[in-house]
Design a binder for this molecule. Structure first.
Ligand SMILES: [Zn+2]
Length: 130
């Protein structure tokens, strides 16, 4: 049988652990925010791409792997610092307002707007037609 003292100790340990966990997430988010402010371009490896959704410029929508839950989808070309400045780009799509399927989700069936994925998907589509 668990004593009341043991229960209180467990509750105190839980509170202490929550403080550490929350501080860790805060640090991660601060690191991400600093990175975002620096304007240093992201690489494809640092981004999660949308399975299907693209910016009106033709590039896939994406978000940084390190962002928080209150972030947004954005044109991957902008995130990579390579946007075509002669065409319009979509606005940012907050996660809280838009349900955009990301690559890697089982229901995305392997689809991605990641540049290399586009080529692979096209090749498999062509192969399936033959
Ligand atoms: Zn764009």
């Amino acid at each position: 049988m668990i004593s009341e003292d043991e229960y209180r100790e467990a509750c105190d340990a839980k509170k202490a652990a929550e403080l550490v966990i929350n501080e860790f997430h805060k640090q991660e988010l601060n690191t991400f925010e600093e990175r975002l402010k620096s304007g240093r371009p992201f690489t494809d490896d640092e981004l999660t791409y949308a399975a299907y959704a693209r910016c009106r410029c033709g590039q896939g929508l994406a978000y940084s792997n390190d962002c928080g839950i209150d972030h947004y989808w954005e044109c991957s070309a902008i995130l990579k610092g390579t946007p075509d400045l002669n065409v319009a780009h979509d606005p940012k799509y907050p996660f809280s307002c838009y349900s955009i399927k990301s690559e890697g989700q089982p229901s995305a069936y392997g689809h991605t707007t990641r540049p290399a994925g586009v080529i692979a998907n096209r090749q498999s589509a062509i192969a399936n037609r033959q």
